[in-house]
Every structure is written in C-alpha cells, then in structure tokens.
Design a protein around this ligand. Sequence first.
Ligand code: PNS
Length: 185
Amino acid sequence: MNKGTAIYPGSFDPPTNGHLDLIERGSKIFDELVVAILRNSEKVPMFSVPERLEMLKKLTEHLHNVRIDTFEGLMVEYAKSIDAMCVLRGIRAISDYEYELQMALMNRKLEPTLETVFMMPADKYSYVSSRLVREVARAGGPVRGLVPEYVEQKLREKIDPAYKLQDSQLVEVPLRRERKRKNRA
Ligand code: PNS
C-alpha cells in the first residue's frame, strides 16, 4: 500500500523530544514526512523560523524520508501543494483532544480529501510541551530530557547569550540563578 506523503505541521518553538518521537514514528509509517513550520503565527516566537528550521533539519538528518519546510496561510493549501495525503498530529492527553478534534474537522471541511492521523508520543513525553519548556528554561530551570541536547544548548544561548560551547561539547554550566548567587558571593 502506498502511504504517500504526510505533513506534520506545527510551531515547534522549540522542537521537543515529544516532537522528535512523533517524527520518528511518522517516518516509519509514511513514504515521506514533511515537517512544516508555520511562518505567520500571531504568537511572538522564542526562536525565529530560520532557527527552528535549522534545529529541525539537524535533529532529523538521520531520517532520510523526512523533509523540513515552512508554510504560511492555510495548512490544507500547503498540504495540497506538496501532494500530501495525510496530516499527522500528536495527542498527548485528553486535554489535547478537543483542540485537535476541532482543527481536524475544520481542515476536513476545508479539504475533505486530506485525512488527519493522530499518533501518541511515548508516554514519558506526555507532559512535555514547547510552552512549558520555554517557561522552565526562561526561569532558569533544567530542561534536560525534555528536549534534544542540541535544543537545550540553543535554549541556553537564547536565554543567556554569554553561554558558549567549549570544544563543541555541551558543558554543564550553572543555570542563571546559581551563577548570579555565585557572582554575589
Ligand atoms: O504546534 P501548534 O502551534 O499546535 O500547531 C498549530 C498549527 C500550525 C498546526 C495550526 O495552527 C495551523 O495549521 N495553522 C495554519 C493555519 C490554518 O490552516 N488554520 C486552519 C486550521 S484549523
């Protein structure tokens, strides 16, 4: 059976381990998976679209049937333009269901031939969201295990531009509050 191209649309601000888990699962099911970053969101993002594009490209370079792209306007129009047969979305908990159902039905109304397929990420990521990751990181908390190490590094650089990698290794640098405390001492 030809499962064709699927689109996995989202904000990915930033990409989390939950997103990556879903991308890996989706890449096993579909012939091609296009991860599509929304460009014209009304939200003010933490990471620019080029930054998110670069992160997702790097994180998925081992998946040969995964392509990263951006889109603006209606998702169904973009899906049509790349001949996608399905939209992939993740559902973590019941709380996601209402929003996802609304969106899937609206997309079906807009384009009846495009099917939405829901997949569940690994249960260990069921509480992980980009919004909470941003919140924890901004407050100087640990995000290890919630996002790939590469994203963790980008979050640190975003929040504290003084943070630098040493010898391209992710080094343990005290989080903001600990550093401030040290500076005061
Ligand atoms: O990661 P997110 O923010 O939950 O993703 C939401 C996204 C980008 C999939 C959704 O907002 C979207 O598809 N926006 C494009 C505009 C559109 O087509 N709107 C109608 C769908 S209900």
